[in-house]
Design a protein. Structure first.
Length: 159
């Protein structure tokens, strides 16, 4: 089967596999980045607590604390959104690969059935040719025997 018959909407299974591999690598990087960012957030949270104890009266530090908390919320929302997007992309790619596989199976089944029908037709034609050849041989043999008997009859005639 050539590559063109294994494509679905101009995507080949190899392209889908490469795309899935890229998605997996991106998700793994994002998870690793998330771990790093979570560690960074933990470190920042500890620093914020220490600064609150030391300089609770300084309004600018409280403002910075609020800013860090907003950043944490934004980062957490971004992480959750990235995870949802990744899950949706994985799901869509998986569904598309299933569709491609089902289509390939149907095509393979159709091709096999067509081949079997052609083979059966060819076998029937070959059998018909064998029968016709046998009939031709019998007729030819009869004609030759008739001609030989005429030759024998000519030899019996005296001139």
């Amino acid at each position: 089967m050539d590559n063109k018959s294994r494509t679905f909407k101009n995507y080949t299974p190899e392209e889908v596999d490469r795309f899935l591999d890229q998605i997996i690598k991106q998700v793994e990087r994002m998870i690793e980045d998330n771990k790093i960012k979570n560690k960074e957030i933990e470190v920042r949270d500890k620093k914020i607590e220490e600064l609150e104890k030391l300089v609770a009266s300084v309004p600018s530090l409280k403002e910075k604390l609020s800013h860090y908390e907003r950043m944490e919320g934004t980062l957490n929302r971004a992480i959750v959104m990235a995870q949802r997007t990744t899950d949706q992309m994985k799901s869509a790619a998986h569904k598309e690969s299933e569709i491609i596989l089902e289509d390939a199976k149907r095509n393979a089944s159709r091709i096999v059935n067509e081949s079997l029908l052609k083979a059966e037709k060819t076998e029937m034609e070959a059998e018909m040719l064998r029968r016709n050849i046998n009939i031709f041989k019998r007729k030819l043999r009869g004609l030759i025997e008739t001609q030989l008997s005429l030759v024998d009859d000519i030899e019996k005639v005296e001139f």
